[in-house]
Design a protein around this ligand. Structure first.
Ligand SMILES: [Zn+2]
Length: 375
């Protein structure tokens, strides 16, 4: 068993489910046990360890390798420590046919093991970088509200490059979509079901809006293509309205998920939808439902450090992904960010999450080679 595999297996056995997905004070909730275990691992390798308090009982773990000389640049390795929920058996790591199964195996404890593993190995070498400081940040709360990355940015932290750990199959990702949740509400007038002509049916109005979103608006979005991401999307994911069959409904609500491209903003999306409704002579109130919308990511792949990392990963060009992550938060805070890690997003959040052990080891080696190449 390699050290990386050992580290990952131990991490899987320490549940760190995001508390947003569990009842209060649940034993599997929170990143604390995983963070403390990693802090001890990092300290043993000679890294400087620090906790950054974010929420009650929840802190980002920062483990730092100082250069031999003066700090000229900083590299951040930033996977997240929280996972989605799982049944109890998923916290028992299982090795089968070259794969390690368990909650968090790829999302993103695999990246944690590869990144911290690489940094610990580098710390033990005599040839640590001369002028590059490297910081591992085990972030909390990525799966819910990204409180960990937001707190890091709010503290004024900046780096010259962040490598955010997510299962990208070891592809270097420089762009991802953002995510916006909006609620639309139609307002009608209640009346007796026997005399619907005396009321105004809010469900009927909403039905026309749903239709306009899924046809006209979806078609409009298909016209705008991003080089790495394709097009934005819209999904009407929830609907509720009316009280009982014999009452003309006075209100109806839908919730939509809009995946945005770099350059698109919440204000712009609201304007688009409002214009569509006006053109169709429909009317609804539009409001936000998410705590904070997830921003899209677009990092300039021509930046020298991004080019260096692409070279180290043996790739000539970066790729884009549909899902959002902490990278956009860090990028908005002024740190050029890419996404990279072992594992496939197809296995994330599933009942049988796993990672290829060969890929895990390749990821660790690739990161180590990149870090060793820095001056
Ligand atoms: Zn996830």
């Amino acid at each position: 068993m390699t050290r990386t595999e050992q580290l990952l297996a131990e991490l899987i056995a320490l549940p760190s489910v995001n508390p947003a997905f569990l009842p209060p004070r649940h034993p599997q909730a929170g990143e604390k046990d995983a963070a403390e275990f990693l802090a001890a691992t990092a300290a043993r390798a000679g890294l400087e360890v620090e906790f950054q308090k974010v929420l009650p009982g929840r802190a980002n773990l920062l483990a730092r390798l100082r250069p031999r000389g003066r700090i000229k640049q900083t590299i951040l390795l930033a996977p997240h420590l929280d996972t989605v929920g799982a049944d109890g058996t998923q916290f028992i790591p299982q090795r089968r046919h070259g794969r390690l199964h368990g909650r968090g195996a790829c999302d993103t404890k695999g990246s944690v093991a590869a990144m911290l593993g690489a940094l610990c190995e580098l710390a033990k070498l005599k040839t640590r970088p001369l002028e590059t400081e490297i910081i591992f940040a085990g972030l909390i709360d990525e799966e819910h509200a990204q409180a960990g990355s937001r707190a890091l940015v709010a503290s004024g932290f900046k780096a010259d490059l962040a490598i955010v750990g997510e299962p990208t199959k070891l592809h270097v990702v420089t762009a991802h979509k953002g995510c916006l949740w909006l609620q639309l509400e139609t307002c009608g007038r209640a009346a007796h079901g026997a005399t619907p002509q005396l009321g105004k049916n809010a469900v009927h109005e909403m039905a026309r809006i749903v239709c306009a979103l899924e046809t006209d608006y979806a078609a409009q979005l298909k016209k705008k293509k991003h080089r790495l991401l394709g097009t934005g999307t819209v999904n009407v994911g929830q609907i509720s309205g009316g009280t009982q069959p014999n009452i003309v409904p006075a209100s109806c609500r839908i919730a939509i998920d809009r995946r945005t491209l770099p350059g698109e903003t919440e204000a712009g999306v609201r304007r688009e939808i409002a214009a569509l409704l006006r053109a169709k002579k429909l009317s609804a109130q539009i409001s936000s439902t998410k705590l904070a919308s997830a921003l899209p990511l677009e990092t300039n792949s021509k930046l020298p450090l991004v080019q260096n990392f692409l070279r180290a990963a043996g790739q000539s060009r970066p790729v884009g992904v549909d899902y959002f992550c902490d990278a956009a938060v860090l990028a908005a805070g002024g740190t050029p960010s890419v996404v990279f890690g072992p594992g496939d997003i197809a296995q994330a959040h599933t009942a049988d999450e796993w990672i290829s052990l060969a890929e895990l080891e390749r990821g660790k080696n690739l990161l180590l080679n990149f870090l060793k190449s820095l001056s």
